[in-house]
Write a protein that binds this ligand. Sequence first.
Ligand code: RIB
Ligand code: CA
Length: 308
Amino acid sequence: MPRRIILDCDPGIDDSVALSMALFNKAFDVVAITAVEGNVPAEMATINVQTVIEQLDPPRLPRLGAATANDNADYRDACFIHGGDGLGEAGFVTADHHHRHLSEKIICDEVRAAPGEIDIVCLGPLTNVARAIQRDPQFIENVSQIVMMGGSFSGIGNITQTAEFNIHSDPESAREVLHAPVKKVLIPLDITSQVQFSLSFIEQIPDESKPIGAFLRQVVPYLFRSYHQQLGLETVQIHDAIALLQLLEPELFELEPMAVDVEVKGELTRGMTVFEKRRGKNVPHNVEVARLVDVSAARQAVLKYLNA
Ligand code: RIB
Ligand code: CA
C-alpha cells in the first residue's frame, strides 16, 4: 500500500531532487505538493513547484498549493545558493499557473479527508504547517506524522552561526510545529550535511532522454557552482533528498527521542534549535531526531531512486 504524503517544499535545487525521487516512486502516493516561502520568496516557490511538475510530467498529478509570505521580519532567501530563479537559473518557461488554493488550505483539506493516513514531509520552513494548525483545530489529530528537514543538533548553523535555514526562516512557526501533539521526525543539518555528493552525481543520474535526467541536468550544475563560489566546497549537500530517504529507508537512520525547542528571541541565536542534552533530565520528548545515518548507503539510495 503506497504511503500517502504531502510534500511541503521551497524549491530550491535540493527540494527538486527530493521531488524527483518521490514523484515516480510507487512507494508514495503524493497527494499534494505545497509551496512554502524559503529558499525563494513565496510567489517564486509557487511557480517553481509548478515548473517542477511540468518538467517531470509525473504519472500521477498531485494537487498544488500556493505559498504566501511568512511573517518573519528578518527572513531572507537563499537565492545565493539556488540561483536567482531558485532552479539553477535554468530559464524554464512555465505556463501561467491557474488560481491555486493556499498551501495551508490544501494541507487541511487533504488531511481532513483522510484522517490518520497522511504523512506531511516538510522540506522547507514550517510556515504552512503552523498555519494549518491554526486554521483547523482538528488538523493535528488527523495527521499521521510530520517528517521535517531542519535544525542543527550541534548548534552550528548554515544561515547564521547557530541556526539552520528552514528553522531560521520562520522560528515562531517552527516552535509551534515542534510542540504540536503528533508524531514528529526531525532530520537535522548534522545528518543531511554528512552525505556529500561529488560532481560524478551529474553523470550518475539518468540521461536527458528521461524527464528526471533532462530536468536535474539543467538544475543541479548550478548547485556545484554556488557551493564552490559561496562555500569553497567541491561537493554539494542535497539536504531534502536525505530527509525524504528517512521515509523510504528508515533502517539507514538511527532516531533518538529528544526534547527540542526553538529560540525566537536571541540576537545571535534566533532560529536556533535547542536540544535537552543534559543527562537525567526527564523533560518530555517532543520529537524523534535522526542522530546517525549510513552515509554511503544513503548516497547510493538517492541515486537508486533517481534511476528507478
Ligand atoms: O538548511 C537546508 C534546508 O534549507 C533545505 O531544505 C534547503 O532546501 C533549504 O530549504
Ligand atoms: Ca528545502
